[in-house]
Design a protein around this ligand. Structure first.
Ligand code: SAM
Length: 214
């Protein structure tokens, strides 16, 4: 059998991510992952939360890479979800998780990410974002500065985001910052909770409402 797509970074960070998620997702029944990539996080993490349905997703072009590992893990068919589409055609979840996406997509897509997620996060639901961030206009390490330079050379729209900007977008989306966890390799795991007072348009509950991958 052909080797599945593999990211060494995912292998390195999945354990530390699990330790944080275990403190927060005990009562969550459904989770949407945005930008699942190789599916290594979904495969490893979903297995640790047997009472929760894990919906992996990515842009349609990436689904052929994602599908094999999701199938091997016995998880739901990954969904086509592009944060730049105005209608995510998706259900509402107890949690939304995304790793290493905000520094890859352009700034307008980061804005779309936060504008789009509102109807798909249940009241009291959690948003968990993993990746590198800048604080007070400064990198948290020399290696992050080099990584940012490398990202921008590869694609000028990419770049490590300012925590303050991202948190302001989250606040506009009705989210309140709960935790900022420093993680290995100069990453963060940011956690926001959806303000339960926030208006909630009626969408189907998580687990079955996403458009299946194309
Ligand atoms: C660096 S990879 C991260 C993959 C995985 N989450 C990880 O941590 O290894 C960035 C991911 O973002 C996805 N992506 C890029 N543009 C996107 C968009 N507009 N909407 C949703 N996902 C997107 C890519 O297809 C890719 O899987």
């Amino acid at each position: 059998m052909e080797a599945l797509p593999f990211s060494q970074a995912c292998e390195n960070n999945k354990g530390p991510i699990l330790s944080v998620l275990q403190r927060h997702l005990g009562s969550a029944r459904s989770l949407l992952e945005i930008g699942s990539g190789t599916g290594q996080h979904a495969e490893f993490l979903a297995g640790r939360f047997p009472g929760m349905s894990w919906q992996a997703s990515d842009i349609a072009a990436n689904l052929p890479m994602l599908r094999p590992r999701i199938a091997r893990a016995g998880l739901a068919e990954p969904a086509a979800l592009d944060v730049d589409t105005p209608d995510w055609s998706c259900a509402s979840y107890d949690a939304i998780f995304s790793a290493n996406v905000l520094h890859i997509v352009g700034r307008p897509s980061v804005e779309n990410f936060f504008r789009g997620l509102g109807p798909h996060l249940n009241p009291d639901g959690l948003l968990l974002i993993y990746g590198p961030f800048r604080y007070h206009n400064a990198y948290t390490s020399e290696s992050n500065a080099r990584f940012d330079h490398w990202l921008k050379q590869r694609d000028p729209v990419s770049g490590i985001r300012d925590f303050e900007w991202v948190d302001a977008l989250a606040e506009e989306a009705g989210l309140l910052l709960m935790e900022d966890n420093a993680m290995p390799a100069n990453n963060q795991l940011l956690i926001w909770r959806k303000n339960p007072e926030q208006d909630q348009p009626p969408v189907q509950q998580g687990g079955s409402g996403l458009r299946s991958g194309q």
